[in-house]
Design a protein around this ligand. Sequence first.
Ligand code: CU
Ligand code: CU
Length: 366
Amino acid sequence: MGGMFRGEGAAAALALAIVLAWAPAAAAGPSQAAGLERVRQTLVAPPFVPEHTQVADGPPRVIQVRLVIQEKRLTVGPDGATVWAMRYNGTVPGPLIVAHQGDYVEVTLVNPRANTLVHNVDFHAATGGLGGGALTHVAPGQESVLRFKATRAGVFVYHCAPGGAMIPWHVVSGMNGAILVLPRDGLKDAAGRPVRYDRAYYIGEQDFYLPRGEDGRFTDYPSPVAEMGDMLNVMRALTPTHVVFNGAVGALTGTHALPAKVGERVLILHAQANRDSRPHLIGGHGDLVWPGGAFAGPPLTDQETWFVPGGSAVAALYRFRQPGVYAYVTHNLIEAALLGATAQFKVEGAWDDDLMEQVQAPRPIP
Ligand code: CU
Ligand code: CU
């Protein structure tokens, strides 16, 4: 590949992926999805999750979802930074899809005529060449339908992957989301006992690499393509200008803090499609954390900070014991405090002095 242009390498990879995707079809027979019940899932904007049952209430189904791609400027921070965000269903991150292990997910990917770029979708939850990426390429004005079987239980990222430099550019322009594939009999704790959550929130972490002009100000561009070259230059330094939750600095703080109550078990799904992260709930813990987002094995318990390898989504469960406003950060505190990676939980309930008490308020040293 050394002598190839980037585009040629991508084309070769794409051709190979198509071969890989087609080859097994000749040997393995038709999809078993044909006779199954079909249900349309109504997707919702993050940090919220679609209506679902934690335990499957019937045999496997075909879950139909629709992802409409949008290219639109998004304000990322109070510092005037904007980006030509590429989004599934208009949000960064794209919406969470929920299925149970053994279900089929049937995705209609729509690239409206008003867009300017070719897009696709690669599901880490799927099995087959490029996670469906090679089978879903859509130019503006096109749509495609992909069906895949959710064979593994866990939380998985999906993202755009149109080839070459387009892949990271689209992903760090917001084009990523996640799917939650629950075990059919629901989640289990470290001892193998059923565990249920009272609420679930989906936090998509996004690193942005936004170009500045010579005056130090973030630049506005008339189109995604106009922005691309300068953004790639910022990306090559691997130093994000912003690391945010839910698409913008402050999107999940203050009046947008995530509500919960003392005693509630909250499932926190944290996705990062491009870069490592280390979530930490200040003043709380990861009661249960499923490393790598995989539900097949037992969860870790009593975690102070957990790891989200770039290109994955991880599930953590915490039962709140105290009221108050909790900051939820990536515990690179520079990213949390200076680049934007802070969310908040606003928890109502009664304070437990046994767990924490201010024995003496600040006063002059006697
Ligand atoms: Cu894309
Ligand atoms: Cu990927």
